[in-house]
Design a protein around this ligand. Structure first.
Ligand code: ATP
Ligand code: MG
Length: 255
């Protein structure tokens, strides 16, 4: 059943994206509901990052339509930074800037605020992601992997966007740090009412934080629903992904 427009944060219809002769997304359609955490899985090189980058207008599309918060996204335009925050897969912080300056970067780019107010905002955002005020003066090279992700998250939240895009946020973290990060995402989503679009390979994240999971294969969304429904999917790639030897072992260990 088609819902009302207000029900969806992101609506993608018949999206076609390619590079040269390679078609990456082939008439892909996807709805992200407002306030949900949607997980996206798919083969490596399957187009997950391309989908995310196309939605935010960084990659031009050859066909289809994209609506974010009810507004159409132009083919080549950069979207408003106030609508979404992004944690990129190679989520590099600016290495020559301190944590504080990194978090303030979107503020400087988009608003005219006093230094005092920007400092207050930076500290508030750092606290929001579980970092201490004294971390603000550190440089990226002085941070652990988990801290780096948190700073990138604080930067993504700097402008209070309603939508958060996360591209493999827990990759490279140990299971405890990854679990903490998942819990943080869940808390932020609840308290701020965020819509979260998260690319992840992390079965624990998919199972514990995602309201729904979408599977990308052959350039399309081939299955979408709560994790328990995905586990029932008959699609060959989805079956292989969740019921292959490696994931069976992990699921067994998770019980
Ligand atoms: N800017 C680009 N120019 C040309 N080809 C690109 C570009 N970006 C991505 N691709 C190609 O698009 C395909 C999908 O890449 P993408 O980064 O979306 O994969 P992914 O699903 O995110 O994989 P992973 O799980 O490894 O991150 C790949 O074949 C990649 O080489
Ligand atoms: Mg990727």
């Amino acid at each position: 059943m088609e819902g009302t427009q207000e029900e969806f944060a992101i609506r993608v219809r018949d999206l076609v994206v390619g590079f040269g002769r390679q078609t990456v997304l082939d008439h892909l359609s996807l709805d992200v509901r407002r306030g949900e955490i949607l997980g996206l899985v798919g083969a490596s090189g399957g187009g997950k990052s391309v989908l995310m980058r196309t939605i935010i207008g960084l990659i031009p599309r050859q066909g289809g339509t994209i609506e974010v918060m009810g507004q159409p996204i132009g083919g080549r335009t950069l979207g408003a930074a106030t609508t979404w925050g992004i944690l990129f897969q190679q989520g590099a912080l600016f290495s020559s800037l301190t944590v504080r300056q990194n978090v303030q970067f979107p503020l400087r780019e988009n608003l005219v605020l006093s230094q005092e107010l920007m400092d207050e905002i930076a500290i508030a955002k750092l606290e929001m992601v579980g970092l201490r005020p004294q971390d603000a003066d550190k440089y990226p090279a002085e941070l652990s992997g988990g801290m780096t992700k948190r700073v990138a998250l604080a930067r993504a939240l700097a402008l209070d966007p309603p939508i958060l895009f996360l591209d493999e946020p827990t990759s490279g973290l140990d299971p405890i740090a990854a679990g903490d990060f998942d819990a943080l995402i869940r808390t932020l989503q609840k308290t701020l009412g965020l819509t979260v679009f998260m690319v992840t390979h992390d079965l624990a994240s998919l199972t514990t934080v995602c309201d729904r999971v979408a599977a990308l294969a052959d350039g399309k969304i081939v299955a979408i629903g709560p994790m328990r429904e995905l586990l029932q999917s008959e699609h060959p790639w989805v079956r292989a992904y969740f019921h292959g030897k490696r994931s069976q072992m992990l699921q067994h260990q998770m019980r």
